[in-house]
Design a protein around this ligand. Sequence first.
Ligand SMILES: [Fe+2]
Ligand SMILES: [Fe+2]
Length: 162
Amino acid sequence: MHITVSEEVASDYLADVGDILNNKDFLRLSDYTHHQWTNRLMHSINVSYLSWLIAGKLGCDRRSAARAGLLHDFCLYDFAGGTPTGEHQAFYHPKAAVKTSLQYFVISQKEQDAILAHMFPLGPLPNSREAWIITLADKLCASVELCRIPIALSRHNRVVVA
Ligand SMILES: [Fe+2]
Ligand SMILES: [Fe+2]
């Protein structure tokens, strides 16, 4: 599996997340349908890119926002199944995403906390500006995706995984 990113995508963004986007196990997220119409990889890239843009505009840590946004749903299993703890998937998958992320990448405590809080109000209160950006970007992307409208890097083949 290989990812191709168009030249329209900011090179500064790719410098912040390139190690994740080029990881072949991370790209396996494209195997999982997400929000009925898209896949979990494309959703994660959109949350990441929007978070990076917003964080940059607000003078926040855009690298952390981009990386936590990209990893916020990094779970290599089908969300339709049950969870090992019996928790609802909404509460369980952020913890699973942190666990998987730590197995593959070096991520800061701020990034871990942002991933854990991305389902707010289902789960912990975001404790940084970057965490607030990610939880809002996730909800925005999910809402648009559920309406089957391409958003951010889903548009015009800006990102293609094949
Ligand atoms: Fe999620
Ligand atoms: Fe998400």
